[in-house]
Design a protein around this ligand. Structure first.
Ligand SMILES: NC(=O)c1ccc[n+]([C@@H]2O[C@H](COP(=O)([O-])OP(=O)(O)OC[C@H]3O[C@@H](n4cnc5c(N)ncnc54)[C@H](O)[C@@H]3O)[C@@H](O)[C@H]2O)c1
Length: 228
């Protein structure tokens, strides 16, 4: 499976996408109403995940979900309480989340000098804090129940210097720093340090995708078994 998602040792889906929908568990994709998020949702569905398509645009989320046979949820990832409600709702109504793709992102094309306060706040709220709120809401349950993967979408703009990108590169550099810090925290609390960051798909070659794998620490019995 090209994404390398899922818990270690978990059954891998065939590339042909003939895996039964949902066989690999639940994948939450934010910003799934269009663009990269919709493509990721389609691909994960074809690989065998049950998709929760999340978008601030509820109609767009529903369209994606209808196309791939998944669930749709309307949520603004910049609103922490709304994200926690989303996580609670998904846990109760859909099931344990195996994969979280923090894809929702926005940009405002302007110079730094011309960046308005409201635009600066929104870019950071959606791209950086939205990623944080989703990680906070979903990671604890993933760790407690089964492990899984969190995929945070960065951008080549995080390191390339491009005129007119305003605060967007700073928000994505923040996402990369957040992902490394998260891996450290989850590694410390939940198992061996499980971090990798690499571009994962040709289609996403302009996008640096940063992955944290949330690995459940084996129980004492499991550890004994492995040693035998
Ligand atoms: N398109 C590119 O060339 C490119 C390059 C590098 C990185 N990226 C990153 O990839 C991700 C997706 O980019 P894209 O081009 O598909 O974007 P897009 O604008 O086509 O789609 C983004 C989706 O996110 C949704 N969204 C926006 N704000 C949201 C919020 N607050 N809560 C929930 N959903 C929200 C939108 O409604 C939309 O459906 C972004 O994080 C972006 O920064 C894109």
């Amino acid at each position: 499976m090209p994404f390398g998602f899922g818990r270690p040792g978990h059954k891998r889906a065939a590339r042909s996408g003939r895996e039964e929908v949902g066989a690999l568990g639940v994948a939450v994709v934010t910003g799934a109403g269009r663009g990269i998020g919709r493509s990721v949702a389609r691909r994960l569905a074809a690989d065998g995940y049950r998709i929760v398509a999340v978008d601030v645009d509820g109609h767009a989320a529903s369209a994606t979900a209808a196309e791939i046979g998944g669930e749709a949820r309307t949520c603004d990832v910049a609103v922490r309480d709304a994200v926690q409600q989303l996580a609670d709702d998904v846990a109760a109504a859909v099931g344990d989340v195996e994969v979280l793709v923090n894809n929702a992102g926005i940009w405002r094309f302007t110079s730094l000098a011309g960046t308005l306060e409201e635009d600066a706040a929104r870019v950071l709220d959606v791209n950086l804090l939205g990623t944080l709120w989703c990680c906070q809401a979903f990671a604890p349950t993933m760790s407690e129940h089964h492990g899984g993967s969190i995929v945070n979408l960065s951008s080549g703009a995080a390191t390339a210097r491009t005129p007119g990108y305003g605060l967007y590169p700073s928000s994505k550099a923040g996402v990369e720093a957040l992902t490394g810090q998260l891996a450290l925290e989850l590694g410390h609390h939940f198992g061996p340090r499980p971090v990798s960051g690499r571009p994962l798909r040709r289609q996403l070659c302009v996008t640096l995708v940063v992955v944290v794998q949330v690995v459940r620490r084996p129980s004492a019995e499991q550890a004994d078994e492995r040693e035998r």
